[in-house]
Design a binder for this molecule. Structure first.
Ligand code: ADP
Ligand code: MG
Length: 321
């Protein structure tokens, strides 16, 4: 199979379901019609073999995750996803791998009505880069710089399951058999909180998606907003299984583990009533409050300061030891 057959067979066959795509895959560039009254939100994320996934990773999950992490970034801006590009390097044209990859990616694309409109395909070490585009009304985007002293800090869903699964795969933990399927799902097929991000547009002051761990990502909000925060361990939402492993894995796994792809957002006290009225498909929980003093203060169950030893994922962190 040559490059052009591959593109035609796997990527160009998807029906174009959006009226704002004038020209999708097939020409030198796609032609798109962004709505004249909205801002374009643009983001990209790459999955690299050996860094983000293991060689034996299930291709269907990779297809899902490569798109999901991008939709999660759009969600964290309050943007409605529209289009995406796929830049793929593959060691060989493995048809089974490609079929499974496309199944995972296009299932999620259909769920959120996002259209693949182009990309590039080349031979090389397995590397999956997606760029996604979405729309958000001017001034409605959930930027990191919007947190204000007195805001309540919220997170969607539960945190920590994906990080526990990473530990399990590294042989550092033994999760009960019954939990493995659910935890793999959390790590390999995260749910981008797109509808939640859009619903928060006129309610939240700011938002971020938790990809590198709560402490690191909340830290980005605090830095950009020039504020600090106090959060409470006993308010952080965790699944039952995660809670039962906290003794062994420790709170740092939840606080710094990453890969949750939940939203962390802040809401002023005046908007709490509006927040409570939102119909989310997942829970959301207040975990603390924005304060003037810089830094994050974590309080344990007994009200004493908790000092995390890990702070989150950083690809270029200097290795200690
Ligand atoms: P060019 O050589 O002009 O860059 P290509 O042969 O790379 O064109 O691509 C032909 C068409 O196929 C373009 O519309 C491009 O966007 C699309 N395309 C190539 N690879 C992919 C891919 N992995 N996913 C989606 N579209 C792709
Ligand atoms: Mg090209």
């Amino acid at each position: 199979m040559n490059e052009f057959e591959l593109i035609r067979t796997y990527f160009a066959r998807q029906p174009v379901s959006r009226a704002d795509v004038a020209e999708g895959i097939g020409d030198d560039a796609a032609l798109l019609r962004p709505p004249h009254d909205q801002q374009l939100a643009v983001t990209s994320d790459v999955l690299v073999l050996g860094v983000h996934f293991f060689p034996d990773a299930d291709p269907e999950s990779l297809g899902h995750k490569a798109l999901a992490v991008n939709l999660s970034d759009l969600a964290a801006m309050g943007a409605e996803p529209a289009w995406f590009l796929l830049n793929l390097t593959l060691p060989e044209a493995d048809t089974l791998w490609l079929e499974m990859f496309c199944r995972g990616m296009f299932r999620l694309a259909r769920e959120f009505n996002v259209q693949l409109v182009g990309g590039d395909t080349s031979r090389g070490p397995l590397n999956i880069a997606i760029e996604a585009h979405g729309f958000v009304p001017p001034a409605a985007a959930l930027r990191r710089c919007g947190a204000k002293t007195g805001d309540r800090i919220y997170v969607t869903g539960t945190l920590g399951d994906a990080a526990l699964m990473v530990k399990q795969r590294a042989g550092k933990l033994q999760l009960p058999l019954l939990a493995l399927a659910a935890f793999s799902e959390r790590l390999d097929r995260p749910t981008p909180r797109v509808r939640e991000g859009i619903a928060l547009r006129n309610i939240a002051h700011c938002a971020i998606d938790i990809s590198d761990g709560l402490l690191a990502d909340l830290g980005h909000i605090l830095e950009r907003s020039q504020v600090g925060a106090r959060i409470f361990l006993d308010r952080i939402p965790v699944s039952e299984t995660c809670r039962s492993h906290l003794g062994q894995a420790g709170w740092d796994t939840v606080l710094a583990g990453g890969d949750d792809y939940e939203l962390c957002f802040t809401v002023s006290p005046g908007k709490l009533e509006a927040l409570e009225k939102l119909q989310f498909s997942c829970r959301f929980q207040c975990i603390g409050e924005i304060e003037r003093e810089p830094g994050i203060r974590v309080m344990d169950e007994s009200g004493k300061p908790y000092h995390p030893r890990e702070t989150g994922h950083d690809h270029f962190a200097e290795k200690t030891k």
